[in-house]
Design a protein around this ligand. Sequence first.
Ligand code: NAP
Ligand code: F7E
Length: 334
Amino acid sequence: MKTALITGITGQDGSYLTELLVGKGYKVYGIIRRSSSFNTERLEHLYQDPHEKRKMELVYGDLNDASSLAEIIHSLKPDEIYNLGAQSHVRVSFDIPEYTGEITGMGTLRLLEAIRRTGCKARFYQASSSEMFGKVAETPQTETTPFHPRSPYACAKVFSHYLTVNYRESYNIFACNGILFNHESPRRGETFVTRKITRAATRIKLGLQDKLYLGNLEAKRDWGFAGDYVEAMWLMLQADNPDDYVIATGETYSVREFLDEVFCLLNLDWKKIVEIDPRYFRPAEVDLLLGDSSKAKRQLGWQPKITFKELVKMMVKSDMELAKKEKILKDVNE
Ligand code: NAP
Ligand code: F7E
């Protein structure tokens, strides 16, 4: 049985990747950090299933704690390691730049060093990001587009990206960067713009909320479905040679267009509901991202399955279910 170790298993991608790997017969180990409240909500369906339980185990560790990473890698000797752990919020990275650098940047170094020092033969996946293209040098962006990061988060990801390339070239580690463009799902964190919108719009539809405060509506993103993107991560580690790949849909939409799509589905006019709050502006913005994933298609046979419209529908449907449950609870308590 193949074994995989995932950092960031409690996040959006961690939960989809765990489902994928367990489905393929892997034993999955996930690193979780100590939290004062539960942070395993996205994994509960896997953990509680008596059949799946043995296929996933959680161990305490932290990307800030090199000794925990070395100990985990030494004792588990996984076949594959997926580094998805990060302080992943771009806006927040301007408020906590040093912490973001520690986890999103230095965390990768600690992990790669743990692999090197323990002599672990694991194949390594690094969660690189389209944010590294930042103030884009060309459109669409490919594996050869120069980086111009626009936030502490993006700078930390560039550091991790080049470390991954360097450990591959220096120590012959099978290490790959997946340069993933934005990918969303019903499990997306609620402070990222897509989920913030679908969550608010469905609550507004049921009278649970009045207003939605947003920042820059003109930014354009290449939004895909997280479930499709974790498959690309796995495919990279099954290839004959380690390499770096752009993973994207090849379509771009503005935040404004995302709003149109969501509110149209709910028969609501967002212009009467949305207000601009400068708190959500960023000191430096990434205006336009559009990826070209032809290399992944050619070499890995990967392509996205879910379209933009299907993604929006999926998120609205799921958040409507959540809002309905909330409404029932509210009505009972009134
Ligand atoms: P996410 O939902 O924010 O999940 C981040 C994960 O990192 C969580 O499991 C979190 O644990 C964990 N983490 C945070 N600090 C940690 C620490 N000090 N030690 C160990 N783990 C820590 O992110 P995501 O959307 O799934 O993205 C997965 C990865 O891909 C991230 O590295 C992100 O930067 C990158 N990425 C994401 C996208 C996207 O569009 N989603 C695109 C490109 C790249 P807690 O639950 O305890 O907070
Ligand atoms: O913002 C604008 C905002 O926070 C998208 C992370 O997963 O993808 C994500 O980073 C756009 C930006 O994602 C609000 O200014 C407007 O232009 O959903 P987001 P992101 O910054 O693109 C990349 C690929 C990653 O790697 C990251 O880890 O939407 N926007 N109003 C807003 N954004 C937020 N969050 N909240 C607003 O109210």
